[in-house]
Design a protein. Structure first.
Ligand code: MLT
Length: 255
């Protein structure tokens, strides 16, 4: 599994899981604002970026979570780590919070949701995945981009995200899309998350809206909740200064 690492070698470990259909570069701007106290790890999930793990027809969220659990063991087999997951990365982070709680010092859930796809959404995803070899990543980017950003987000960022989508593997993207269609309902897991948790949401996120994320935070014992101004679905790249500030306050309190 490929990962980029920044920060300080003996700092607390924070692992950042990107969303769909992106890669670890989604976090580049956030890393610039955070890298003075923590050991920051930015993996590419299976089928994305530079990770070369084999991809079958479907990559389930639990497969992604197993890959990340293996990575955590490889990096440090004893310390507890903070996991920060954005959207699809959040689905993976919730699997880790449920199944690997003893290794998690903290959890950050950004612009994600606990509910599964309804039947129509799941079917649409599967059709999109099956059609992807013909329609291509350009069509996927065209369909997704209008829903990703706050109106204030400028063209340079929009172009960066478009290029990120275009350089992913068709096969990896389709497999993850099928995996998300089958992801379980994590709503009942939330009250069991006993590690310190922060829920973060872009103020203009139309995919995981503030009201829904607030309800999600309310189901997690003692979770903090932060909204990020001038951001839609992608605060780490749309508003990295404010996003990383929210993370800093949270991380400073973690043992
Ligand atoms: C993401 O950003 O990872 C996607 O919005 C997740 C999804 O399609 O459910």
């Amino acid at each position: 599994m490929f990962y980029e690492e920044t920060g300080v070698q003996n700092g607390k470990i924070v692992i950042f899981l990107h969303g769909f259909p992106f890669d670890h570069t989604l976090w580049h701007e956030t890393a610039r604002h955070l890298d003075d106290s923590w050991r920051l790890i930015f993996p590419d999930l299976r089928g994305f970026g530079q990770t070369q793990l084999p991809v079958t027809q479907i990559t389930t969220m639990s497969q992604f979570a197993q890959d990340v659990a293996d990575l955590i063991d490889r990096i440090d087999s004893t310390s507890r780590v903070v996991v920060c997951g954005m959207s699809m990365g959040g689905y993976v982070a919730m699997h880790l919070a449920r199944n690997l709680a003893n290794r998690l010092a903290g959890l950050i859930l950004c612009d994600t949701k606990a509910q599964p796809d309804n039947e129509v959404a799941a079917q649409n995803r599967k059709c999109r995945a099956d059609a992807l070899p013909e329609t291509g990543l350009g069509a996927l980017a065209d369909a997704m981009l209008p829903n990703l950003f706050s109106p204030q987000t400028g063209n340079t960022i929009r172009e960066t995200v478009r290029s990120m989508i275009l350089r992913q593997s068709l096969h990896g993207v389709a497999a993850a899309d099928r995996g998300m269609a089958e992801r379980p309902d994590a709503t009942d897991w939330l009250p069991g998350f006993s590690m310190p948790t922060l829920v973060v949401c872009g103020e203009q996120d139309s995919i995981s809206p503030v009201e829904e994320m607030k309800q999600m935070a309310e189901r997690i014992p003692n979770a903090g909740f932060a909204t990020i101004a001038n951001a839609g679905h992608l605060p780490p790249i749309e508003a990295p200064e404010y996003f990383s500030l929210a993370l800093k306050y949270f991380l400073d309190d973690i043992d």
